[in-house]
Design a protein around this ligand. Structure first.
Ligand code: B12
Length: 352
């Protein structure tokens, strides 16, 4: 049955599949310690559901096994935009796509074993996906905290299908970063406080996607052109670079729904109203940050880009009724001015 399930999962398009017992994940203690240190910031749902995350059997009574899958999302090429979007959010939202495939897999299992119950989990259900994925042999923890597969890198999503069915289990994945610490050195906000530990409150991904509040000023300039999410700690990772003798590395996704969508220019984002935002990002992971979050991020990127053509758009938000947008716009304007002055000095064009 285990081999049959894995073959079926691969036929559904999953790039990686493994099985693990539905036990308390081995690094559950580290997770609880991480929460206790406040590293989750405003993601209070992690705290609220912690008891479920450390005990998958509470999610599905009599759970015996976890089928863990990985789905590559790497685009063949990055889209031509005047800002950066994390690769995972370029195509359609992955939650629905992975859940659909896992439910098809569950249906197929139930067709041959009708008594088996199951539950598909993709972020929505509180499961420590990376820990279970490590246990199921899909990859190992990188110092950037991502799950890395030696042959495929880390640009893949995870999903878990809990089952009340006993299976044969894979061995935990072997491998590691060795002495490499490129990700720790590259993170512009110092979010990787030590190997394997991410202070989410400093992570550009958290700041641009999860944080609803104003982005603390000290992180705005280091955000650079990242409008939604961030891939820096994965981009510098040697396991994400193609290698002649490892053809799977950095190979593009074969899931058509992960192909990059057409993206608006920064100018168009800054002139977009809420209705347009909803329309434009329907079915995309980008909608998670909501209109206000995206405009807040766009103002910061506009400030960082130092493009004077964006000044009138930023100025519009200086009078906005939303205090977060107003304050961010003032910051962006000041940054634009400071950059213009710097450029003037550099080019010697500083007569004024
Ligand atoms: C909350 C969350 C975030 C938060 C916090 C991230 C984090 N590192 O915790 C934020 C918003 C910052 C985030 C960002 C991203 N996320 Co996210 N996120 C999640 C979510 C919902 C929960 C993760 C969690 O529980 N974090 C708590 C920490 C403590 O857990 P952990 O990172 O797994 O830490 C473990 C290890 O550190 C280990 N450990 C501790 N000490 C040691 C020591 C050693 C030696 C070892 C080996 C291990 C070890 O124990 C910990 C507990 O298990 C998961 C989905 C899920 N349900 O699991 C997706 C998930 C982790 N995210 C994912 C993705 C794609 C991203 C981004 C790449 C998106 C982007 N480009 O912007 C970034 C990557 C940033 C990063 N470096 O992690 C994928 C990761 C896939 C993969 N290959 O790893 C997941 C699994 C979603 C999915 N279904 O595919 N994310």
């Amino acid at each position: 049955m285990s081999e049959w399930i894995k073959a079926y999962a691969r036929a559904l398009g999953f790039d990686l599949v493994g099985t693990a017992p539905a036990q308390s994940p081995p690094h559950a203690e580290s997770f609880l310690h991480w929460l206790a240190q406040g590293y989750a910031g405003a993601m209070e749902y992690l705290q609220r559901t912690a008891h479920l995350r450390v005990n998958p059997a509470e999610l599905l009574p009599d759970a015996r096994s976890a089928v863990v899958v990985g789905l590559n999302y790497a685009p063949a090429e990055l889209p031509d935009t005047d800002y950066r979007i994390a690769r995972y959010a370029l195509g359609d939202d992955y939650h629905q796509i992975i859940r659909e495939k896992l439910e098809t897999l569950l249906g197929a299992i139930q067709a041959v074993a009708p008594d088996v119950r199951g539950r598909a989990c993709v972020d929505s259900a509180p499961v420590l996906e990376r820990d279970l994925a490590w246990l199921a042999g899909l990859g190992w923890y990188g110092k950037n905290t991502c799950l890395i597969n030696t042959h495929r890198g880390s640009y893949f999503f995870l999903g878990v299908l809990l089952l009340t069915l006993e299976l044969e289990y894979d061995a935990p994945a072997e491998g590691g970063c060795g002495t490499c610490r490129l990700c720790l050195d590259a993170c512009p906000t110092g979010a990787l406080t030590e190997p394997y530990v991410l202070d989410a409150r400093k992570c550009i991904s958290y700041l641009t996607i999860e944080l609803r509040d104003t982005i603390p000023e000290r992180y705005r300039a280091p955000m650079g052109e990242w409008l939604f999410g961030c891939d820096i700690c994965q981009e510098v990772c040697p396991f994400n670079r193609p290698r002649a003798h490892q053809p799977l590395r950095a190979r593009p996704t074969h899931e058509p729904r992960f192909q990059p969508r057409a993206l608006p220019r920064l100018y168009d984002i800054l002139t977009m109203d809420e209705a347009e935002f909803t329309e434009r990002f329907r079915g995309s992971a980008i909608k998670r940050t909501k209109w206000r979050g995206l405009i807040r991020n766009a103002l910061i990127v506009a400030g960082n880009k130092g493009d004077p053509a964006l000044r009138p758009l930023i100025e519009r938000y200086c009078q906005h009724e939303d205090p977060i947008l107003r304050e961010t716009a003032h910051w962006a304007l000041a940054r634009l001015t400071a950059q213009a002055e710097d450029n003037g000095c550099l080019t010697g064009n500083n007569d004024a």
